[in-house]
Design a protein around this ligand. Structure first.
Ligand SMILES: Nc1nc2c(ncn2[C@@H]2O[C@H](COP(=O)(O)OP(=O)(O)OP(=O)(O)O)[C@@H](O)[C@H]2O)c(=O)[nH]1
Length: 886
């Protein structure tokens, strides 16, 4: 028998005289004795299938004609040496596509490899083979020239290395060994995942990438750079989802996550990948942790950190150290090995192309594995919507029910007509219909494309105006280049408009319309009337504001100078701020408790928070510290258990170099000083209650969410609702105290009342809203009896007498004695004379004690007026306003 073993290689076909027997039996190489015309009894025939189209058949015949390809003349085969065969129990038959074979024989050994199990040769066969092995003359080695030098150098260094360190390839450090071991184990684990059933059919909807980070960290800029990378188009503004084609069969949808808690929750629900931007020069801010916590509760998608602003470091060593620290901090929060990307700075106002490219590549090749909940529930990320209500209906009634059409990619499962849908932040609605539309951003591979300039349609951003069309709520705009328009803004800026002619009124009008950014409706919606002057959060000399910061300043960079009435009236009053400030430490947990927002809220209750806490993996004691940094309030994260403070200190040192440049030494020194103060404060608090700290930063979520509650006009005018204390508990001795309260400034009075609130006197009367917490139980017989006499018709005197006899004070107080606070006169009720159907006889009382009290009150009032003259002014002003509005 003859051997049939070949390896594709350089050279020509040669015959192997080896008598070894080849047995090939794998899925791709199978022995066959009947498939060729050239079969001979004593020669096995290999039929190789599955290694590529061109190699559907490789036939081993008699040795001189080994292979039958489409064009056998192109094939070069070389028999294996018997030594190779003897060394292993299997031979590798390497196959590669014919075209590359022809073009570049040198790349022969790079392609498909088929391993053929091969029985070990017997000893006699082996010796015979060895005898007959051909000896080849080796190549002449170069003695001079570049290659000889190279070879010498390599040889020497290898030898040197081996001599110097015989354990060169063993582990030197246990830590390194452990790391490598765990890495290998992790890789192995990653390979072994439970197979998931891919139920998706057809084209996949775009991969949603949420870009999140604190204000001014560079979110918009990153999206712009990525979009530019993918589409070669400049994005002027980031609004709504932006869909781009990122590969042959992949689309990506970018969304910028708003910096409020509701926005974060919405974004967490749909994110497939979260890019969490962190200002490297400043450190972690609360927004990052808030979002991580929200992600935890919505199913953790893929998360990648991106460090920006690291160009602000001048010292390379410190930069490296900071990077390390931030990386480990990030790993602690997410998992070891979580990817953290560095964007080294700006070039011409953009992130470097190379780094953007790398990041884009990461996003493009990232494996997608949909969360199971999402894959079994239909959901849509709306990228455009239209109000399709008939205009005449709107004209007749502005507040009529509207019909809205929402556009977006359907994800998860199918959606049926009539299904109830929930629109986040709006409510539940019934679907009138669902229709499938043409893909606005088709994949390059998919079907035929229609319409104008289809070639360039690799993106879809209806809200951002990428491309030429911009979809608004109720209109579609076509962008026309400036040079094609007569009334361009450029003209105005350069002052070359109209060739020296004065501007026409119409032209000016159109131009002003062009410049409007927001519609009147939107402006009205955002505008507020300021009834009261707003107290600013007290800032220390160095501009370091610590305390409870009113919302809207640090969360929303766009809010500008808007000051909402709510903030004035909500319990985040200036008084509280100043108290916190005096305490020298802001702890939002305390604030949120004292706020007493406990009614009519849709947000998580304290119980919920506790539950969350148990599930919360971020058990490091995070604290929030609000400080003014670069003219902006930022919510720094401090953690005593983690070395974050050190880091901030370090980065602070580093930033000092910049501060020095701008003659700002004092600010920096004070900053460091106060931050150390604050950490002392932290320690104090920590010693108080260790267990609470894990969720303290989380509780601030509640406080901030609550502070966004809509304002209550009633509360605004009359102040927060006061508890109605029962008349029985009101002693005469307390009257002077109450008088004092009456003349107290608003903040202090409510605070005192808040202190006095106990379980019994919580039944505050508030006519402005309906609360079902204090509803009486009308199934109670006694309660029914107590009001029964109110419905009795007939002789009221008896009822009145009975009430008196029983000592019931309820009605008595309504029609009973009263005192005129202004004059001090006392009017007394004389029961018995009821001839006028319940009218009362009132006599004037004139008591010296009363007179004394009256004088005391007048004195108090005069004192108060002297102290707070503006309040009186304000009150009269309010009264005037109210009269006008009535
Ligand atoms: N030096 C430096 N500046 C940066 C870097 N990244 C962003 N910026 C600048 O930071 C500023 C804010 O960038 P934006 O993209 O508007 O930040 P944003 O997070 O979208 O801001 P908001 O939408 O207001 O929350 C811009 O002026 C950027 O040029 C960076 O890595 N280094």
């Amino acid at each position: 028998m003859r051997i049939a073993m070949w390896e594709l290689g350089h050279g020509r076909i040669a015959q192997s005289p080896s008598p070894l027997r080849a047995l090939a039996s794998t899925s791709s190489v199978s022995p066959s004795h009947t498939t060729t015309r050239k079969e001979r009894r004593d020669v096995p025939i290999l039929s190789v299938t599955g290694a590529g189209e061109k190699y559907s058949r490789v036939v081993a015949d008699d040795l001189p004609t080994l292979v039958s390809c489409r064009n056998p003349a192109d094939a070069f085969f070389r028999p294996l040496s018997p030594r190779t065969v003897a060394a292993s129990s299997s031979i590798r038959v390497r196959l590669l596509p014919l075209f590359s074979f022809i073009r570049s024989p040198s790349s022969l050994l790079t392609h498909a490899i088929v391993t053929v199990p091969f029985p070990a040769a017997t000893e006699s066969e082996l010796t015979m083979a060895m005898d007959q092995e051909q000896s080849h003359k080796s190549h002449r080695s170069h003695k001079a020239g570049a290659s000889a030098k190279k070879k010498n150098k390599k040889g020497n260094s290898e030898e040197d290395g081996k001599n110097k360190n015989p354990k060169a390839f063993a582990f030197n450090s246990a830590v390194k060994a452990k790391r490598l071991q765990s890495r290998a184990a992790e890789k192995e684990q990653r390979r072994l995942h439970v197979p998931t059933i891919d139920r998706s059919t057809g084209e996949q909807p775009p991969f949603v990438v949420v870009v999140q980070g604190p204000p001014k960290v560079g979110k918009s800029l990153l999206i712009k750079c990525l979009v530019k990378h993918y589409t070669k188009h400049n994005l002027s503004e980031v609004r709504g989802p932006i869909t781009v084609v990122s590969g042959k069969s992949r689309r990506v949808q970018f969304i910028e996550c708003p910096n409020d808690i509701n926005g974060m929750i919405d974004a967490a629900k749909i994110a497939d990948l979260a890019l969490m931007l962190v200002d490297g020069s400043y450190g972690f801010e609360m927004e990052t942790f808030e979002f991580l916590n929200v992600l935890q509760n919505h199913g953790f998608p893929k998360v990648m950190g991106v460090l920006t602003h690291i160009d602000k470091f001048k010292d390379v060593k410190k930069l490296r150290k900071t990077k390390q620290r931030l990386k480990h901090r990030f790993w602690t929060e997410i998992r070891d090995g979580a990817k953290l990307f560095y964007l080294s700075g700006l070039i011409h106002g953009k992130y470097p192309k190379r780094e953007t490219h790398n990041l884009a590549r990461f996003i493009s090749v990232m494996k997608t594995q949909q969360l199971s909940w999402r894959s079994s529930h239909p959901y849509i990320l709306v990228d455009r919507f239209e109000d399709v209500t008939p205009p005449e209906r709107v004209h007749a009634n502005m507040k009529c029910d509207r019909n809205i059409t929402l556009y977006g990619y359907l994800r998860g499962s199918n959606m049926k007509r009539g299904t109830k849908v929930h629109i986040t932040g709006v409510g539940d609605f019934a679907l009138t219909g669902v229709a499938s539309l043409a893909d606005p951003c088709p994949l390059p591979s998919s079907g035929k494309k229609k319409g104008l300039r289809d070639k360039e349609k690799l993106f879809y951003a209806p809200m951002s105006g990428l491309g030429e069309l911009l979809y608004d709520k109720d209109a579609v705009y076509v962008n026309i280049n400036d040079h094609l328009v007569q009334f361009s803004k450029v003209d105005e800026e350069t002052g070359s408009s109209g060739k020296g002619k004065p501007n026409d009124v119409g032209v000016t009008l159109v131009k002003t319309l062009q410049q409007t950014k927001y519609s009147i409706d939107e402006k009205l919606e955002q505008s507020f009337i300021n009834l009261f002057s707003r107290k600013k959060p007290p800032a220390s000399d160095n501009g370091h504001a610590k305390g409870n910061v009113p919302d809207g300043q640090h969360h929303d960079g766009h809010s500008g100078g808007h000051v909402s009435i709510l903030e004035e009236d909500a319990n985040h009053s200036g008084d509280e701020v100043s108290e916190d400030d005096e305490a020298g430490k802001n702890n939002l947990t305390g604030d949120s408790d004292s706020d007493g927002f406990d009614e009519g809220n849709d947000y998580a209750t304290d119980d919920d928070l506790e539950d969350d806490e148990q599930m919360n993996p971020f058990s490091h004691d995070l604290n929030e510290e609000v400080e003014l940094h670069n003219g902006r309030l930022r919510r720094k994260v401090t953690s005593s258990s983690f070395g974050n403070n050190d880091h901030l200190q370090d980065s602070g040192d580093d930033l000092q170099e910049f501060d020095d440049d701008s003659d700002n030494d004092d600010v920096h020194d004070d900053k460091l000083h106060s931050s150390s103060e604050s950490s002392e404060g932290d320690d104090d608090l920590n010693s108080g209650d260790e267990a609470d700290h894990s969720s303290k930063w989380k509780e601030s979520l509640l406080a901030r969410a609550m502070s966004r509650k809509n304002g209550n006009l009633m509360q605004l005018v009359y102040g927060p609702s006061l508890p109605v204390l029962s008349t029985t508990s009101r002693d005469a001795d307390d009257s002077s105290e109450n008088d004092e309260e009456f003349f107290m400034p608003k903040g202090e009075r409510t605070k005192n009342l808040g202190d006095n609130l106990s379980g019994d006197n919580l039944n505050a009367e508030d006519s402005s809203k309906f609360t079902n917490t204090h509803l009486k139980d009308w199934s109670d017989e006694d309660l029914i009896k107590s009001v029964r006499d109110r419905f009795v018709t007939g002789d009221w005197s008896k009822a009145a007498q009975r009430g008196e006899g029983e000592g019931m004070g309820d009605d008595g107080t309504v029609f009973g004695d009263f005192e005129d606070l202004e004059t001090g006169e006392v009017f007394k009720d004389i029961p018995g004379d009821n001839n006028n159907g319940g009218s009362k006889n009132i006599i004037k009382g004139n008591d010296p004690e009363m007179e004394e009290r009256r004088l005391k009150k007048l004195a108090l009032r005069a004192k108060f007026d002297a102290q707070y003259p503006f309040i009186m002014l304000l009150v009269s002003h309010c009264a005037f306003l109210l009269i006008i509005s009535l």
